[in-house]
Design a protein around this ligand. Structure first.
Ligand SMILES: Cc1cc2nc3c(=O)[nH]c(=O)nc-3n(C[C@H](O)[C@H](O)[C@H](O)COP(=O)(O)O)c2cc1C
Length: 314
């Protein structure tokens, strides 16, 4: 079940997604942390952030809508209180999701994290739809993305994963820009910009008005984006969006992912990530798949079918 990506050796390819697994340590009595490939922390910024006021999460048909606003403890508190206890689980890879409002803030967080031990990689969040500056503003503008990724890569002591936004016209183009600017791997997708309205009060259900949609509702779109990205770049991909069952994970691997991330499923079942890691192993055994890595990019498209060049081609 081992996979390697961008210099990271994971015990299996199932990783908990950012914002749905706290800072990892909160899950130590719920999940066997060494039985999952690793986890990505909540987005960490230079200063602590309080996030938006409630309501910030609502359930939707086959998914959920959130506008947390990147609440987090800030890099200093993270390094002092949250990271050190994870030394008890050396097999579980800690990936820190990095967020900033400016390029300087992203670089500042990375430089501070560089000084600590026990972190396997950084995931650059250029795709948060819930803040007015930073986040998606970087991930949806080619020039800003290129500049941010190249600056982050220049200071990073660790593998740099760039988390792409699905809220763009061509995710494959953004993937190429990130790869050319030095990304070691890509993760996708973040949440899809969305909203919900209470017709009785005629008000938006989220305090931020709009939020990000995640969960099974987005899976087919996220899968298509992973597939297009895998055809555009050669660097490894961590695929995510609505994964709940082992078969969902296999779909993402076949479409081109080397590992998968699991987010919203943990809200329905806090043990979902571990359950999926075990379930994927059983799936491989029952399908005579000797190495899970052999599934990556193994999609078979029948010769009689033409592959559209881009989304929307008919
Ligand atoms: C409540 C919540 C908070 C999130 N916070 C972050 C975050 O801080 N940084 C980030 O890159 N992604 C964040 N995400 C996005 C997830 O990591 C993931 O990309 C997305 O939810 C799609 O996967 P899923 O359908 O399995 O949840 C968050 C998602 C949810 C539901």
């Amino acid at each position: 079940m081992r996979v390697s990506l961008a210099g990271l050796d994971l015990v299996n390819p199932v990783v908990a997604a950012s914002g749905t697994f706290g800072y990892g340590i909160e899950f130590e009595e719920i999940v066997s942390l060494e039985r999952i490939g690793g986890f990505v922390t909540k987005g960490i910024s230079i200063e602590p952030m309080a996030g938006h006021t409630a309501p910030r999460i609502i359930q939707t048909a086959a998914g959920m809508l959130n506008a947390i606003g990147l609440q987090n403890v800030g890099v200093e508190d993270y390094l002092t209180r949250k990271l050190p206890p994870l030394g008890r689980y050396p097999l579980c890879k800690v990936i820190v999701n990095v967020f900033g409002y400016t390029v300087g803030e992203y670089v500042g967080v990375i430089e501070r994290l560089n000084q600590a031990e026990g972190i396997a990689a950084y995931e650059l969040n250029v795709s948060c739809p819930n803040v007015h500056a930073g986040g998606m503003a970087f991930g949806s503008d080619p020039g800003s993305l290129e500049y941010l990724v190249s600056r982050a890569k220049a200071v990073s002591r660790r593998p740099l994963i760039v988390k792409l936004s699905p809220n763009v016209t061509s995710v494959a183009n953004m993937a190429k820009i990130a790869a050319n600017a030095g990304a070691d791997a890509l993760s996708l997708t973040n949440t899809f910009l969305a909203m919900s309205i209470d017709v009785e009060t005629r008000q938006p259900r989220l305090s931020n008005v709009t939020g990000g949609l995640s969960g099974p509702a987005i899976k087919p779109i996220a899968l298509r984006m992973v597939y297009e990205t895998a055809r555009a770049v050669t660097i490894p991909i961590l695929g995510m969006g609505g994964i709940v069952t082992p078969e969902d994970a296999v779909e993402f691997l076949l479409a081109g992912a080397t590992a998968v991330q699991v987010g919203t499923a943990s809200y329905a079942d806090p043990r979902a990530v571990e359950r999926l890691a075990r379930g994927l192993e059983s799936w491989c055994r029952s399908h005579q798949v000797e190495r899970v890595s052999s599934l990556t990019r193994a999609l078979e498209v029948p010769r009689t079918r033409t592959i559209p060049k881009a989304a929307g081609d008919s």
